[in-house]
Design a protein around this ligand. Structure first.
Ligand code: UDX
Length: 437
């Protein structure tokens, strides 16, 4: 099939390459010339395991352009542009609206427009009416990919969600999307059919639930800290209950990234608009707990070291999660900035995110106090504390005995509860976790 993917950021670029992998002929369209140039030359503009290989392997069936008129050759058009957070917390729909406006002149009767972006409930209904005069049909097919697993999540999703329009175009829309995803459906992937509003809500509800799970366990970490309990053991014990499950119960410095924080705020803003704000009041609390946990590292460092001014602190991790170079709303980067603002000299390191992080540190006017590199072992030389802020596997594999001889003071603050506490203690370190000691 001939497919266009509008928006070649994280979601769109991976989706475009994955659709080519399924055997379709795909054109990726983006307004960003540099991104298009990079993708055209087979180089991923972001770090994502397996994505470069997919780009190169499918280069015969996959091309990228800034010219929207190329969409005319395709009959299925995926909308995968970003919906960033506006200053009032709501989702900024500028890119979605621009993409639809630019696409409509190139649509033909019978075409299918498939929304993938995370949008406020009610958007699909509005866009459907806008697209209808062209003779094309719109449906909503939210995406649940995780950074670091984006290729896997796109090609082997847990489920496919189809939000269908009312009326007689629904059946043909469903058949076309079934053809697009035929290979995935053939493996038995569940396909759930619903109306627009439900499909839009599935995405924000899923992210809200995940955020709630994380803030729940972080609230338990706060209780553990004042009672001497161990939140990891607590999570293991409640996680054995199948109704609860162990995943997304890792306490630490909380969630960040381009999705969970903005999606819960956008959902709250939309519920307010709809007059049902009180239904989502709890999500404001989820957000507050999450942001509060970022401050915990500073509290623990002050508790152990006293005045932070002049102290030298290594921060391992800058990306919002491992296997990613994404620093959007990264708790790790927030911690680097707050340690620096408290007067510490910060030596920050991340295997993938050092370049974007250095730019952010520079823009924040903190480059005098923060050095950034990918050399996490070197960063520990002569420091008063090591802070682990992103749970990269490489950090977990560091030999604490080797670190004991290079640091000036043996203090490790494990912001992600990912280290072997006993091994670090055995090497002479004071170990401070989040909700566990
Ligand atoms: C998320 C959703 O998982 C995905 O389905 C959706 O499509 C986009 O948003 P992503 O942003 O890639 O994906 O990150 P995710 O793996 O969900 O982690 C989000 C944040 O939560 C990270 O900062 C991570 O470190 C943190 N986290 C996760 C915890 O603090 N504890 C946990 O137990 C799990």
């Amino acid at each position: 099939m001939k497919i266009s993917v509008i928006g070649c950021g994280y979601l769109g670029a991976v989706h475009a390459a994955s659709m080519a992998e399924l055997g379709h002929e795909v054109i990726g369209i983006d307004v960003d010339q540099a991104k298009v140039a990079s993708l055209s030359s087979g180089v991923a503009p972001f770090h994502e395991p397996g994505f470069d290989d997919l780009l190169v392997k499918n280069s015969q069936r996959l091309s990228f352009t800034t010219d929207m008129s190329h969409a005319v050759n395709a009959s299925v058009h995926f909308i995968a542009v970003g919906t960033p957070q506006s200053s009032d917390g709501s989702a900024d729909m500028t890119y979605v609206n621009q993409a639809i406006d630019a696409l409509i002149p190139h649509l033909s009767p019978g075409d299918l427009v498939v929304g993938k972006s995370t949008v406020p409930v009610g958007t699909a209904q509005r866009l459907s009416a806008q697209v209808a005069p062209s003779g094309a049909t719109l449906m909503w097919n939210p995406e649940f990919l995780r950074e670091g697993f984006a290729v896997e999540d796109t090609l082997s999703p847990d489920r496919l969600v189809y939000g269908l329009p009312e009326g007689d175009t629904a059946d043909s829309a469903q058949e076309i999307l079934d053809e697009v995803y035929a290979t995935i459906l053939a493996t038995g992937t569940p396909r759930l059919i619903m109306n627009f509003a439900t499909a839009e809500l599935v995405k924000v509800a899923a992210n809200s639930f995940l955020a709630t799970k994380i803030s729940f366990i972080n609230a338990m970490a706060e209780i553990s800290e004042v009672t001497g309990a161990n939140v990891t053991q607590l999570a293991d014990a409640i996680g054995h209950d199948n109704r609860i499950g162990r995943r997304f119960l890792n306490a630490g410095i909380g969630f960040g990234g381009g999705c969970l924080p903005k999606d819960i705020r956008g959902f709250v803003a939309r519920a307010d608009e709809l007059g049902v704000g009180s239904s989502l009041d709890f999500l404001k609390n989820i957000d507050e707990i999450n942001l509060r946990r970022r401050g915990r590292v500073l509290d623990v460092a002050t508790d152990e070291l006293g005045e932070l001014a002049g102290k030298r602190i290594a921060v391992w991790g800058l990306a919002f999660k491992p296997d990613s170079d994404d620093i959007r709303d990264s708790p790790a980067l927030d911690i680097v900035e707050s340690l620096a603002r408290a007067g510490a000299q910060v030596v920050a390191a991340d295997p993938q995110a050092s370049i974007p992080a250095a730019k952010r540190i520079d823009a924040a006017g903190l480059s005098g106090q923060v050095s950034v590199s990918d050399d996490y072992l070197g960063a520990a030389a002569g420091v008063d504390a090591i802070v682990v802020a992103t749970e990269w596997k490489a950090f977990q594999e560091v030999d604490p005995k080797a670190m004991a001889s290079v640091v000036a003071n043996k203090l490790v603050i494990d912001g992600r509860n990912c280290l072997d506490a006993d091994a670090w203690k055995a090497a002479g370190f004071t170990y401070r976790g989040m909700g566990r000691s």
